[in-house]
Write a protein that binds this ligand. Structure first.
Ligand code: TRP
Length: 335
């Protein structure tokens, strides 16, 4: 355990996760947990930065995220799965980091600008952008430095944040004349971008996603709405899989070489209609996802999830306290 490099990554509790999360993030974590001392956390404080007034589903959302991770193979015996708000050491470290972070570093953060824009578009006026939201990148830095992480597995959209974390770690080290904090590096995930059913990026708020926990019936229904080759209008029109916007992409992810060839031929020769192609795809996806979904239902029924979250958070606290104590010493606070 000790000489393994440390990774930290988090996800906001947005509710039930979709296949984009599974293929793009969780599958990667499941690999990484074998090689790294891994900390995966549910970022409930981060959720509050924008949804401070929508907390009614918070508890269920936290459980849903944990259930989705677990059923996809994130293993609490290999990785430390924890809830951000159950590791208060992060908040303490955040205070110290916030003191040394220049305000204009935070204001420069591009992701934050995007967030601000989204909030604005949603008619929330700018004065509703909270102090906490501006502190987002510093809180994220605290998440990472709490475990003195070496790497942060994230998608490209989060790289700017991790860069800022490096800057803050370096500044801390300069100010207190130490090499206490490791400068964390982003570990870019090669995300096979899974499109939503309408051809846009898959996302809960776009209503174009398939959840990990959807039933086989719902999956089939949703697949029926997936975009195909828009020029193939009638059943006996010959289609072109490379113009098939969504369904063929899914085949490439879920199908075997042979299956892909079969649907390709069927499409190009008009021997298989889109309806049949979709039905086959839904069957294939459902059989691939069946063990994951069964595991999720079993986990839901045995009510272990809260225990797993608490256990993991306790474990995380131990390491976090160690790192925090060291930082407090380096800063030369009264002890
Ligand atoms: N900002 C990340 C997101 O929105 C979530 C996150 C919070 C995170 N803290 C983190 C990711 C620390 C990696 C490390 O997806």
């Amino acid at each position: 355990m000790e000489d393994k490099k440390i990774i930290v990554s988090g996800m906001r509790p947005t509710g039930k996760l979709h296949l984009g999360h599974y293929l793009g993030v969780i599958k990667n974590w499941v690999e990484l947990q074998n090689q790294f001392d891994s900390y995966f956390f549910i970022a409930d404080w981060h959720a509050l930065t924008t949804k401070y007034n929508q907390t009614e589903n918070m508890i269920q959302n936290v459980r849903d995220v944990a259930l989705d991770w677990l059923c996809c193979g994130v293993d609490p015996n290999k990785a430390t799965i924890y809830l951000q708000s159950l590791v208060p050491q992060t908040a303490q470290l955040h205070i110290y980091l916030s003191m040394i972070t220049p305000q204009n570093w935070v204001e420069r953060d591009p992701t934050l600008k995007d967030l601000a824009k989204i909030m604005k578009d949603k008619q929330e006026n700018m004065s509703n952008l909270s102090y906490g939201l501006f502190g987002y990148p510093v809180l994220m830095t605290a998440d990472i430095l709490t475990f003195n992480a070496d790497f942060v597995p994230v998608g490209i959209d989060q790289v700017a944040h991790v860069e800022l974390s490096r800057d803050i770690a370096r500044r801390f080290n300069n100010i207190y004349k130490t090499d206490y904090f490791t400068e964390p590096q982003p570990k870019l995930t090669q995300i096979p971008l899974l499109k939503g059913l309408d051809g846009n990026k898959m996302g809960k708020s776009f209503n174009n996603d398939i959840k990990i926990s959807d039933t086989a019936e719902i999956t089939e229904k949703k697949i029926k709405t997936g975009v195909t080759d828009r020029n193939r209008i009638r059943r006996d029109d010959k289609g072109n899989p490379s113009n098939c916007e969504v369904i063929f992409d899914y085949w490439k992810i879920f199908g075997s070489e042979e299956e892909i060839k079969t649907v390709c031929d069927g499409c190009q020769n008009a021997t298989m209609g889109c309806a049949e192609c979709k039905k086959r795809l839904a069957d294939k996806m459902n059989s691939t996802l069946a063990p994951i979904r069964e595991k999720r239902i079993a986990l839901e029924n045995n009510l272990e999830v809260d225990e797993i979250i608490h256990e993991g958070s306790k474990r995380a606290q131990i390491k976090a306290q160690e790192v925090l104590d060291g930082a407090i010493e380096v800063i030369k606070m009264y002890k």
